[in-house]
Write a protein that binds this ligand. Sequence first.
Ligand code: BG6
Ligand code: MG
Length: 215
Amino acid sequence: MIKGVIFDLDGVLVSTDEMHYQAWKRLADQLGIFGFTRKDNERQRGVSRMASLEIVLEKTDRVYTEEEKVKLAEKKNDYYKELLQKLDDGAVLKGAKETLAKLREMGVLIGVGSVSKNTPMILEKTGLLPYIDKVSCGLDITKSKPDPEVFLVAAKKLGLPAEECLVVEDAAAGIQAAKAAGMKSLAVGPYYEKLGATYQAPGIYAVNDWKEMLG
Ligand code: BG6
Ligand code: MG
């Protein structure tokens, strides 16, 4: 029996993909890396900030030190946070608030499990915070998805064993992390059919029967 649902944030509850892309693109342009495209950005979905930077740097022969890489990632995050200033509840994905409210009404605990260190700001600016019981994010963990840490921390905060949690994800790394945590998963988003999740739907708006998944 599932007693808690742990939602990934970016691409599941909110639409931030374009802002991540714009911020990485601005950095890439500055570095003289002109081959960075939306296709490369797709691979950054669910991946940590430093791993995402490596996807940008694949496009150049220049070698950066670890220290330089940290500075570059910080710069991208400054650009991203500039864009986040404009974020409001218009960025909340279709059906997200209704689903969170419905699940709570059914007595299900709601968690967020995201590797983003900007999670608190995003939840605050989009008005999602009141719908959520516990947040596990990039600030709570040392290992990013596909490591299960972020979901295990979420389950612990919710006070539930892994097998009583269901993960909702839009990225391959996230579905792998759910599996590694011993949790069932629901894949949503543009690649939902390809992620190997327990359940699939194009978006949370399309899930009619949560009861079936909750067992
Ligand atoms: C994930 C995004 O949720 O968070 C990734 O899908 C991003 O694209 C990662 O790299 C880390 O986010 P942040 O906000 O800490 O740079
Ligand atoms: Mg995601």
